[in-house]
Design a protein around this ligand. Structure first.
Ligand code: NAD
Length: 252
């Protein structure tokens, strides 16, 4: 039956940036659908382990700095040592730096590209080596509205998120023959730490809200349906696609 295809019982999902925001929401969604979680967090996992265990699922994890791409292989190996298999990789962790492009520093360029793109690629590569052997796997990258649009004062973020959308298609093309799907979710404007400054700016907040057809900011819960779908058997023939979860933003 079709609803059974959405179930993730027996699956293991690696979720980067699992401690807060969209990563925490997606980790909870995957656990609610039946998956055990291997969380990656920069300092502590926060209350995510508790939330996962409340769903009756197992949480294990690793502290890692994802601005260092060389950590990717260790993360996947640790997840494999812990659970003996992995099925889903959610490349969620990301950062943003805001500054006029004319003044943008090399440090702000490198930090964002390393975290949002380079580590995402090498984590995908490390996971795919395992997925190809087991002839199944799901990679879900977190893109952005700035995979489609330019934004203002966020050159490295826009470059990274536009590249995530393109890379999602490349990897889907290469790994589809092995039962691996690679898709992305492009969140719209969501209420998380990432957007605290934007929401605190009264004028920007009003302008953003006015442009969102749904008339509200998104929440981590809004990611749940999309991530479970793309991680599940129900999406077996969906590959290389970036799905917007944006309250209609891109349609305007
Ligand atoms: P957030 O700031 O609450 O979460 C970001 C997560 O990434 C945190 O868990 C953080 O610890 C982790 N992270 C960042 N740098 C890291 C590093 N060097 N090592 C390890 N972990 C690191 O923001 P969020 O909104 O939940 O962001 C999640 C993803 O969604 C990001 O990729 C972001 O670009 C993307 N996104 C967010 C929005 C939005 O409106 N909030 C919109 C589009 C895309």
């Amino acid at each position: 039956m079709i609803l059974d295809d959405f179930k993730l019982n027996g699956k293991v999902a690696i979720v980067t940036g699992c401690n807060t925001g969209l990563g925490q929401g997606m980790a909870c969604a995957l656990a609610e659908a039946g998956a055990d979680i291997f969380g990656v967090y920069r300092s502590t996992p926060g209350d995510t382990p508790l939330l996962i265990e409340k769903c009756g699922r197992r949480f294990e994890g690793i502290q890692a700095d994802l601005s260092v791409p060389a950590n990717a292989e260790d993360i996947v190996n640790k997840a494999l040592d812990t659970y003996k298999h992995i099925d889903i990789l959610i490349n969620n962790a990301g950062i943003i730096r805001r500054e006029d492009s004319i003044n943008f520093s090399e440090q702000d360029w490198d930090d964002v590209l390393n975290t949002n793109l380079k580590t995402l690629f090498f984590l995908s590569q490390a996971a795919a080596k395992h997925f190809i052997r087991q002839k199944s796997g799901r990679i879900i990258n977190i893109a952005s509205m700035l995979s489609y649009q330019g934004g203002i004062r966020v050159p490295s973020y826009t470059a990274s998120k536009s590249a995530v959308k393109g890379l999602t298609m490349t990897l889907a093309n290469e790994w589809a023959p092995y039962g691996v799907t690679v898709n992305a979710i492009a969140p719209g404007y969501m209420e998380t730490n990432n957007t605290t400054a934007l929401r605190a700016d009264k004028a920007r907040n009003a302008a953003i809200l006015e442009r969102i057809p749904a008339g509200r900011w998104g929440t981590p819960d809004d990611m749940k349906g999309a991530v479970v779908f793309l991680a599940s058997n129900a999406a077996a023939y969906v590959n290389g696609f970036t799905l917007a979860v944006d309250g209609g933003w891109l349609s305007r």
